[in-house]
Write a protein that binds this ligand. Sequence first.
Ligand code: AMP
Ligand code: TRP
Length: 328
Amino acid sequence: MSKDRKILLSGIQPSGRPHIGNYFGAMKQFVELQKEHETFIFIADYHALTTLQNPKELKQNILNVAIDYLAIGLDPKNVTLYKQSDIPEHMELAWIFECLTTVPYLERAHAFKDAQAKRSEVNVGTFNYPLLMAADILLYDADVVPVGQDQKQHVEIARDTAEKFNRVYGETFKLPQPMILSDVSVVPGIDGEKMSKSKGNTIPLFAEDAEIEKCVMSIVTDSSGGIPKNVHEIHTLFALDGHRPTSLSDGARLDDFYAQNEGKYKILKEALIEDIKTFIRPLREKRKSIAEDKEAVLKMLKEGGLRARAKASAKMEEVREKVGVKLY
Ligand code: AMP
Ligand code: TRP
């Protein structure tokens, strides 16, 4: 492993089925960048506890995310894949960050403000969430953190926290950079709002054909008779990076196809259904075959945890020394 490779780190919460917003906004980048970086990808199971308190469901979701990661093409030979809860140093470092951070600073976090707007009694975990995320990132000396737009502020908080720690205790943590692809930074859901597990507006990444049809047919369109914005925006994702929609004839461009079919919502939606099916089918098949060997998936996760822990515990030793709790 060459020493000069940059360190890439990211994670997703096991809080439900991943959707195409997760994929295009974040997960796809993990796969594309795994070889040229030293890559750490994890399952943020302790973060998920802030919203999910059903142990059976959480367990199943964790296994599902591990399978999802493998199905999209993460290769354990290139990537250290693990679950957060296997590395207790994340919690330990989060506590140290909590002691350095002020309440008014964390009150400015968008995710916390959104949670507070929805429920008056937000749990402490939701409030502290960005500091656990800072620990996730800083323990591994990450250089880049590929995420969707909604996580940008959290990565900035990690950066601020690293600066603050370095100022108080001396140079210890590297400052991470968020990596956000502008053309997919916010993928819209079938209602035109941001696609989100909690809003019931998703197209699941491993959806069955019938589910894809149902989702696309429910994409909200206005009645102006022009180009249906939400359909078009979602369709564009499937034409990224030279990936060629099957609905297009040779040489045709997606935008021309939409211009030629202005107002013909049925034709446009049917074309989108075909393109999503073509895209998802091989991923779904691969996922099914990986899911057949649950033991192999668990073994991979456990081994990834051991590798991650070796790195995290070395860093944590340094932190304990810096803050003054290490006596032997
Ligand atoms: P989560 O499901 O909240 O754990 O999100 C996993 C990753 O997907 C994070 O990097 C998010 O920023 C990203 N993400 C979630 N929803 C969207 C969306 N609608 N568009 C783009 N990226 C998203
Ligand atoms: N908060 C992220 C999300 O909801 C998940 C996450 C937790 C994460 N820790 C992280 C992402 C560290 C990147 C790096 O999507």
